[in-house]
Design a protein around this ligand. Structure first.
Ligand code: DGT
Ligand code: CA
Ligand code: CA
Ligand code: ZN
Length: 575
């Protein structure tokens, strides 16, 4: 709610620096830092938290009490979802947004495309043919146009998890899970699929009632005894299906897909004289219909009955996994439990970091990690970076903490900023003092693929670089990343023995799973990180692992699964 208020107020005030926007952002940080459940706090309690003013406290209370906020409703009316979507196009700042609405009557992406086609955008103050062309390209690359518009996973997953949580808590519900492309961890989602196991018809009916009256459901599309579909206020569709507990495995398997994976499995069942559908795997009776059940309760039992290894959802895309699972050739995939450290990790030494060094280190130790690299931003990153002097002080602070953590090696690291020509922060001698570095792109997104490739290769060749962070700098569905010649970059990573990061932030998931798979084919080393800026963000490791699995990443290529000694030897060998 506070995020949405901040976003819409930015559009209204036409400035992210507006004190009202800051008030919402500060309140969000303050609540995160406080840790108590806001629902348990009175308006007075809320105001006592540093960073929350009276007006914002009242809004939080209203939200907890009524599920909505007057101010938010007012802003939503003025900036409906189609307009918010417009505002996300690179180049469409709040002022330009006002101009296209007032002068050109453009209120959604389709109308903007038409205005661009009619060369109307260039008639606005400050706009020209170049900005028109840039916007047209951004619309294409972000996949914002056309009927099959998709939702970024970062918008869909939290909503799905909340719904699943609500449904699991109902009486008579044995299990619930999200399925579909979301469970396969696609970057973008067509719709959300949820499967629920309920003990009997009464429990199933109660589940459907809860779904139909859920506060996320603004429009009901399908209303049945075992399936309800609704639309959220952003137009995202959610399909909820209820099944019997003994068919839960077959149903989740079917609705997880992908369709192509299902078709391949069904063929395998047919080849074995059986039938596979959303109710189970069945032996055929004398009429060739579904007879006795062979397996249906769990996915594992069905794969087993089909004489194949279990395939994790992110791999179910019919790109060779069915054959590999049948032949016993699946890679020994990386799993969350294999991870021994986080190697892209910020503290409030970075301008955008929100938790202290001590808190961030304690949180990582709580995960049982054996090593951790503190990688605050280098000096070249405007506002968020640290000078050489500040970094040396930071090193002292890091070294001073080490004795408290005998079981975890804390590395003095840095997130180096890759300049437009591949230059890095500080000088080479100073960089050599870091125990570990991740180098990433944070600016100059528009250069040609050829120039971006040169830029990355120059950084990779530098002996003080251990890894490349969030390869393209994309925000899924929001900002296209840099364009690169992927094969050349992967070859350089392999040649210089630099690891490719799989960044677990849901907005990023960068490198993308498709790139990870190509990296794996070449034997490029990988590192899975959270890029945490707050103690609440360590859970992203799971998302990085799922993305790596989607790219078929084996455990032994992922350097932060290695034992401490092996990892430290690799981290230090180029210096
Ligand atoms: P999406 O929603 O476009 O991101 O992609 P999915 O994969 O979630 O597709 P969706 O929601 O249309 O259907 C969910 C799953 O249901 C899909 O992954 C596989 C299964 N499914 C749907 N239609 C068919 C079908 O015609 N044949 C088979 N074998 N499976 C289907
Ligand atoms: Ca779906
Ligand atoms: Ca669906
Ligand atoms: Zn970072």
């Amino acid at each position: 709610m506070l995020d949405e208020l901040a976003l819409l107020t930015t559009l209204k005030e036409e400035s992210p620096q507006s004190f009202k926007v800051r008030a919402y952002e500060n309140a969000k940080q303050a609540l995160e830092g406080d840790g108590r459940n806001p629902a348990d706090l009175s308006a007075t309690d809320l105001t006592k938290i540093k960073g929350i003013g009276k007006a914002t406290a009242a809004k939080i209370r209203q939200f907890v009490d009524t599920g909505t906020v007057d101010k938010l409703e007012e802003l939503r009316e003025r900036f409906p979802p189609s307009v918010v979507e417009l505002s996300r196009i690179p180049g469409m700042g709040p002022k330009t947004l006002r101009l296209v609405r007032d002068e050109l009557d453009v209120h959604d992406v389709d109308a903007l495309k038409e205005a661009i086609a009619n060369e109307q955008l260039r008639t606005l103050p400050g706009m020209g043919a170049t900005s028109e062309a840039k916007m047209a390209k951004a619309i294409e690359r972000l996949g914002l146009s056309g009927k099959d518009r998709r939702t970024p996973i970062a918008d869909a997953l939290p909503l799905a998890l909340r719904l699943v949580e609500d449904l699991r808590s109902l009486d008579g519900v044995v299990e619930a899970t999200h399925c579909g492309s979301l469970r396969r961890f696609s970057e973008t989602i067509g719709d959300i699929d949820i499967t629920v196991a309920a003990v009997d018809d009464g429990a199933a009916a109660a589940v459907m009632d809860v779904v139909r009256s859920h506060r996320e459901a603004v429009d009901i599309v399908v209303s049945g005894e075992t399936k309800t579909s609704f639309l959220t206020k952003t137009g995202l569709q959610v399909d909820v299906r209820v099944v019997a507990p003994d068919q839960f495995g077959a149903a989740t398997m079917y609705f997880t897909g992908s369709k192509a994976h299902n078709i391949a499995l069904r063929q395998r069942a047919i080849d074995r004289g059986a039938l596979l559908n959303e109710y189970g795997l069945f032996a055929l009776d004398e009429n060739g219909d579904a007879g006795e059940v062979i397996a249906s309760e769990t996915e594992t039992s069905i794969y087993e009955a089909l004489d194949m290894a279990y395939v994790v959802p992110p791999m179910r895309e019919a790109t060779g996994e069915v054959e590999a699972a049948a032949d016993g050739d699946l890679p020994e995939l990386v799993e969350l439990s294999h991870i021994r450290g986080d190697l892209h990790y910020h503290t409030d030494r970075s301008g955008d970091g929100r938790s202290s060094l001590a808190d961030m280190v304690a949180e990582a130790a709580g995960k049982g990690y054996e090593y951790l690299a503190i990688t605050d931003h280098g000096e070249d990153l405007a506002i968020n970076g640290s000078t050489a002097e500040e970094m040396l002080e930071h090193r002292e602070a890091i070294r001073a903490l080490q004795p408290e953590y005998p079981d975890m090696t804390i590395l003095y690291g840095c997130e180096l900023n890759i300049g437009p020509k591949g230059g890095l922060d500080y000088d080479a001698d100073f960089r050599a003092l870091f125990d570990y570095t991740v180098a990433s792109v944070h600016s100059s997104f528009d250069a040609s693929a050829k120039d971006q490739t040169k830029r990355l290769v120059a950084a990779i060749a530098d002996p003080t670089v251990n890894s490349i962070g969030h390869l393209t700098g994309r925000y899924i569905g929001r900002r296209p990343g840099i364009e690169i010649e992927t094969d050349i970059v992967l070859e350089a990573l392999h040649h210089f023995d630099v690891a490719l990061e799989v960044n677990g932030a849901l907005q990023r998931l960068d490198a993308a799973s498709s790139v990870v798979r190509r990296a794996v084919d070449r034997g490029v080393k990988l590192v899975i990180n959270t890029d945490s800026h707050h103690t609440s963000e360590l859970g992203r490791m799971e998302y990085g692992v799922l993305t790596a699995q989607r790219g078929w990443a084996p455990r032994d290529l992922v350097v932060n699964t290695w034992e401490r000694e092996a990892f430290l030897a690799w981290a230090g060998h180029r210096r």
